[in-house]
Design a protein around this ligand. Structure first.
Ligand code: SAH
Length: 224
């Protein structure tokens, strides 16, 4: 009994330490300073968002495969995207590309509500269960083509797109609040893309190039 307890404790200490190290050496070291973002990265158990055989790699400085040709993003990219939208507690955020559910959990740790859309049914089912099991009760997951956004739940304070599109889907711009921010990788699939910050100010749309990134492609539902 004592041994089991000890092992359980050991496990929790190890993963907590791995996260501390990840935040120190990958996130803070590269200039992320937003307190909410750092706190979320320290707390969300990334190892529970990767396939079982990759648990020991969960805190590596890289993306990891999650099946169906998709990936969980590198921790730094998740932190960077989170910091860039300048999340506040009362925010309502839309994410396109649920994948593992990790980015959604990071956002859910900070903001009031997270709406996230996934186009691969198996990933949707898995992420929905995972987010429920881990008590991220302020997340709602939908199985759909995120191109159309989630009109009934909008407008959003911020939109985070985690798949590379060739252009910014107009419905997403529409569903952004005045003063809202969207972060989205734009470019040709399977090459490098530009991570863009889009800010909506009245009728004006301001766009800024942030960095080169490599994301999986933004796909479209076949019947559209
Ligand atoms: N945010 C995810 C990263 C997932 S990778 C995480 O934290 O794990 C990008 C995801 O976008 C993939 O799961 C892919 O299936 C999904 N995707 C691609 N095109 C999409 C679309 N049109 N609508 C919704 N999801 C899409």
């Amino acid at each position: 009994m004592l041994l089991i307890l000890a092992l359980g404790f050991q496990e929790r200490t190890d993963t907590k330490e791995a996260r501390e190290k990840m935040v120190r050496s990958q996130i803070k070291a590269r200039g992320i300073t937003n307190g909410f973002t750092l706190e979320a990265m320290r707390n969300v158990p990334r190892h529970l968002f990767v396939p079982e055989d990759l648990i020991s790699s969960a805190y590596f400085d890289s993306p990891l495969p999650i099946g169906h040709g998709q990936t969980i993003s590198q921790p730094y990219i998740v932190a960077f995207m989170t910091e860039t939208i300048q999340p506040k507690k009362d925010f309502k955020v839309l994410e396109i590309g649920t994948g593992s559910g990790y980015q959604a959990a990071i956002l859910a740790h900070i903001v009031d509500s997270v709406y996230t859309i996934e186009i691969v049914e198996a990933l949707y089912v898995q992420a929905k269960k995972r987010l429920r099991d881990l008590n991220y009760d302020n997340t709602l997951v939908k199985y759909a083509d995120g191109y159309h956004g989630w009109e009934e739940k909008g407008p959003f304070d911020a939109i985070v797109v985690t798949a590379a599109a060739e252009f910014v889907p107009p419905p997403l711009i529409e569903q952004l609040k005045d003063g809202g921010k969207m972060i989205i990788p734009i470019g040709t699939p399977f090459t490098t893309q530009q991570l863009l910050l889009i800010e909506k100010k009245g009728a004006k749309i301001k766009t800024k190039n942030l960095m080169f990134v490599r994301f999986v492609p933004f796909t479209r539902a076949k019947d559209q």
